[in-house]
Write a protein that binds this ligand. Structure first.
Ligand SMILES: Cc1cc2nc3c(=O)[nH]c(=O)nc-3n(C[C@H](O)[C@H](O)[C@H](O)COP(=O)(O)O)c2cc1C
Length: 194
């Protein structure tokens, strides 16, 4: 058996999905790139998690307004996505970079150019030493008709940006490999017949 290399406590849970959170801070729309995202459950209400360093400007808006948007940028928005992740609203107005639309709340600006966006209500905040982990409950999901097929989001058409910390690169999706809850049946059948 090949010997494994140890890497100390390196977080190997990549790639993750690159998102842009939208909120209103000090009366102005602000956008922040967030790739440390999680799916907390599967069902209704549906909860998602986002880990934001406490040093960021966006935290104030999310904590005050208790709403935010989660935008899924595609490959076509890689420049704007990276910009939102390297410039802070503390010193730079990021509100005019992309057109926005609104759902229920005026404090959760959503990016028109993102093919999929979710409006979230802040359900809970987990107070870590360095990070606020915001747990959002999805209020409504918006998508361009062109990426929806029989009521479902076609991920290939969304063409999301995947984030990898090791290479510090945005990656894209490859081809589908096999059907979930399906491919394993081959082994199940084989073992049952032995
Ligand atoms: C690809 C990418 C992913 C990022 N992911 C996170 C993240 O998950 N959590 C975090 O706290 N900061 C993350 N950042 C850093 C923030 O987006 C960045 O510091 C931003 O400028 C803060 O904006 P604000 O101060 O206007 O809120 C990421 C940056 C990039 C470029």
């Amino acid at each position: 058996m090949e010997k494994k290399t140890t890497l100390d406590k390196v977080n190997a849970l990549y790639p993750s999905l690159t998102t842009i959170l939208g909120t209103k801070v000090d009366g102005k729309n602000n956008f922040i790139t967030i790739a440390h995202v999680g799916i907390m459950n599967h069902g209704t209400p549906q909860h998602l998690s986002f880990g934001l360093n406490k040093s960021h400007y966006s935290n104030k808006g999310i904590l005050e307004n208790k709403v935010f948007s989660v935008n899924i940028p595609g490959r076509d928005l890689v420049v704007e996505t990276d910009y939102f992740g390297i410039v802070t609203g503390k010193t730079t107005d990021k509100s005019e970079i992309l057109d926005v639309f609104y759902g229920e709340s005026e404090n959760a600006p959503m990016i028109q150019a993102c093919r999929v966006t979710m409006e979230c209500r802040l359900a809970r905040t987990i107070d870590f030493e360095t990070h606020d982990v915001f747990i959002g409950e999805i209020v409504e999901t918006y998508a361009d008709a062109g990426v929806v097929n029989e009521g479902k989001i076609d991920i290939a058409k969304v063409d999301p940006l995947l984030f990898d910390m090791a290479s510090l690169k945005y990656w894209s999706l490859g081809q589908p490999v096999a059907g979930c809850w399906n491919k394993g049946k081959e082994l199940k059948k084989k073992l049952a017949s032995e």
